[in-house]
Each structure stands twice: as structure tokens, then as C-alpha cells.
Design a protein around this ligand. Structure first.
Ligand code: GLA
Length: 391
């Protein structure tokens, strides 16, 4: 894992740690939120995704306590309250520190074994990743915590392991059977590059991505737990089961070709869900080919993805559809689509950097007038993934 110079935020999270616990942390790590350029709802279907890290991060300072009685204490600059929870028998407390416990407990129990019952961990958190907006604030906190805690315990940890520990905590703590997109993006992203991830094999490839992306948060809040996310996943499983009656060797849903899906004549809506997954993973391959060749992402790919999410996967919302259409009217914009799970949250717009900056205020104003919601808007380039900050 790369180590970098102390940033102002690393200094601030360290000050928070010192103030709360009266000593220096043993390690500080940070990890970014993410946007997915293309490849939505493909990860838990064994397909491909193409995220970037964004210029919004979460910083975690961690320290080991000899007399910690097997507990984690946590304080956050963003959340009220001081968390305290068992690392020996971690349970879900419906609290913001659940994420920290979820990743810290397995790492601490590996490193300390039975000594964990006496020892403990302290953590301090600071973040500028917006929450509940579909930018993977939870992956950022999981990944930064895993890296900070492992480092504090003197363990070297690979980015992939960090991602998997984060993913296990997420699925265990939050109760949403999401895929590995978010944690891999946060752990393995690189500045100036997009991360091409094959979710069936976890093979990764970095492809150059120097463009600026305009991110617009629709301000339509959704929680994955309350959304139809788990329903979609069950539909995909059922579609795969039916396809395997015909093609028993099909490794996953994303591997089915669009022709196979059409030929199988699955009942509605399973046919549409499967067609989305199949075509979307092929759109990722086309996007990767463009970026590898140093070409920009095309509007056709991004809009094709959005329309498929809207009509076949049915995870868009009128607000997101409107934002996509309105963005496409702005000069210099090449493409737009919802990003993340959908049902609210964010969309992205790509095009010339100056055009995006010019377009943003007008899109925001018109959106507010139309829906009475105040969108949040950011410009971001592809940012670095998880890193150890020097203490
Ligand atoms: C959420 C999940 C991811 C992925 C996306 C949709 O962000 O956490 O694993 O499934 O939705 O692409």
C-alpha cells in the first residue's frame, strides 16, 4: 500500500484522536468514495464494472489499547456520540460505528488471538464523502478502517484483502447482499485511471481515465435496504436458474449472451433483468476498449446504460431521467447516466471539463425549480484509492 505525506485532513483526524484519547494514533489511513463509470448491477451477477475513486475521502486514525477489554471505541467528526462495541463478539447495533466494528473485529482477532479479550482499539473518523448519496461512503469508511487498523496492529495488508474484509462487513452489517464493486473501487482505485474489475474472477486492470466527471446528487434519498435491491438480486438468481436449465455450464448471469437471453424467452420481468445484465457487461468491455485506446467514453454507451437501467432493470427515477435529459442539452456534454444502485442518489455527466463546469449551475437551478429539491454537484477526476497517511 502506498504511504503519502500527511494531508490537512490526516492532521485533523489525528488531532481528533489525540483530543479524545489523550495519545497519538498508531496509524492513519484514508480511502475515497467512488462513482461507477459504467457496469451497473453487474457485480453480483459475475459481470464487469468500471469505477473511479472520487476526490472525496474518509480518514481513519487507529490506535491499539493494552487495557481495552476487547472493545472498540470510536469518535467521528461527522456523527454524534461516542461508539463503544465489542470486538470479541461483534453485533449489529444500527449505529454508524457498526462499519468500523465489522472490519476491525476480524483483523484484531487474527492479529491478537486470545489476547484480544484484554486489548482493544480506539478510532477517530473524518469524512467528506456525502452519505446516502450512492457514492459509497460506507465502503470508504470500511476500507480506511481496515487499512488503519491492520497497520496499527503491525500487519501489512494487500488492497484486495482490504476490499474483501470491507465487503464481508458490509454484507454482514448492513444486510444488503451487494457485490464487490464499492470496496474494490475504494481500495484499488488510482489517480488518473479507471478500475476495470471482473467480478467473477476479481481480476483487475487499470485503464487511463484523465477526464473530469460531473457528479450530480439528485437529493432523492434511498437506502439499499429499503429499495428493491434485494428483489432484483433474487430475480437475477431466478433468471440464471432458468437459463441453466438450458445451458447448464453457464457460470453466471453476465456470461449469458443477449441472444441466449432472448432465445430462452424468460417470463417478464426476468427477461428484462437478464437482458440488462448481459448487455451492460458488454458495454463495459466496449468502454474499456475505448479507454485503452486513449479515446473518450461515448454518449451512446452511457445513454444506452441509463436507458437499460430505466426500462429493463427499472431502478431509475423520474428525477434521474430528467437530469440525464437536461444534461444532454448542455453544449459540450457527451453522455450521462445514473450511477450506483439507482432508485435515487447520483448521476454522472461526461464531456469537456469547461463545458461541465459551465453546465452545472443551470442544470442545478432548473432541477430545483422542477422538483423542489436542491441537488449537490461536484466535479471530480479519478482519484487515488486507499492509502496509509504518515502519522
Ligand atoms: C450498489 C452496490 C454495488 C453494486 C451497485 C450497482 O452500489 O453496493 O455492489 O451492485 O449498487 O451497480
Amino acid at each position: 500500500m502506498p504511504t503519502t505525506d500527511t494531508t490537512p485532513c490526516a492532521a485533523a483526524v489525528r488531532a481528533l484522536f489525540q483530543q479524545r484519547y489523550g495519545r497519538e494514533p498508531d496509524a492513519i489511513a484514508s480511502a475515497p468514495g467512488r462513482v461507477n463509470l459504467i457496469g451497473e448491477h453487474t457485480d453480483y451477477n459475475g459481470g464487469e464494472v468500471l469505477p473511479i475513486g472520487i476526490e472525496r475521502r474518509t480518514w481513519v486514525a487507529a490506535g491499539v489499547r493494552r487495557d481495552g477489554a476487547g472493545k472498540l471505541r470510536a469518535v467521528s467528526a461527522n456523527e454524534p456520540g461516542i461508539g463503544e462495541a465489542s470486538l470479541v463478539t461483534p453485533t449489529r447495533g444500527e449505529q454508524w460505528w457498526d462499519y468500523l466494528v465489522g472490519v476491525a473485529a476480524p483483523i484484531a482477532s487474527d492479529a491478537l488471538g486470545s489476547a484480544l479479550a484484554r486489548a482493544g482499539l480506539d478510532a477517530a473518523v473524518m469524512s467528506d464523502v456525502p452519505t446516502a448519496a450512492g457514492l459509497s461512503s460506507s465502503a470508504a469508511i470500511e476500507v480506511a478502517t481496515a487499512l488503519a487498523v491492520a497497520t496499527a496492529l503491525g500487519r501489512t495488508i494487500e488492497p484486495r484483502e482490504v476490499a474483501m474484509i470491507g465487503w464481508r462487513a458490509e454484507t454482514g452489517v448492513v444486510g444488503v447482499a451487494s457485490g464487490i464493486l464499492d470496496q474494490f473501487a475504494s481500495a484499488l482505485a488510482r489517480e488518473g485511471e479507471a478500475l476495470h474489475l471482473d467480478c467473477a474472477t476479481t481480476e483487475t486492470e487499470l485503464v487511463p481515465f484523465r477526464d473530469t466527471v460531473l457528479i450530480i446528487d439528485s437529493a432523492v434519498r434511498r437506502s439499499l435496504r429499503d429499495s428493491a435491491f434485494n428483489t432484483r438480486q433474487a430475480e437475477c438468481e431466478e433468471a440464471l436458474r432458468l437459463l441453466r436449465e438450458r445451458w447448464p455450464d453457464l457460470p453466471n448471469l453476465a456470461a449469458a449472451t443477449p441472444e441466449q437471453v432472448l432465445e430462452a424467452k424468460l417470463p417478464d420481468p426476468l427477461d428484462r433483468r437478464a437482458l440488462h445484465v448481459s448487455r451492460e457487461t458488454r458495454r463495459v468491455q466496449q468502454a474499456v476498449a475505448l479507454l485503452r485506446a486513449g479515446k473518450p467514453l461515448t454518449g451512446e454507451l452511457l445513454l444506452g446504460s441509463h436507458e437499460s437501467l430505466r426500462d429493463l432493470y427499472e431502478c431509475s427515477r423520474p428525477e434521474l431521467d430528467w437530469l440525464v435529459e437536461r444534461s444532454m442539452q448542455a453544449p459540450g456534454v457527451r453522455g450521462a447516466r445514473l450511477t450506483g444502485a439507482g432508485w435515487g442518489g447520483c448521476m454522472i455527466v461526461v464531456g469537456d471539463e469547461a463545458a461541465l463546469a459551465n453546465a452545472a449551475p443551470g442544470i442545478g437551478r432548473d432541477y430545483e425549480r422542477k422538483f423542489g429539491l436542491t441537488p449537490r454537484v461536484w466535479l471530480s477526476k479519478a482519484a487515488a484509492g486507499a492509502r496509509i497517511e504518515s502519522v
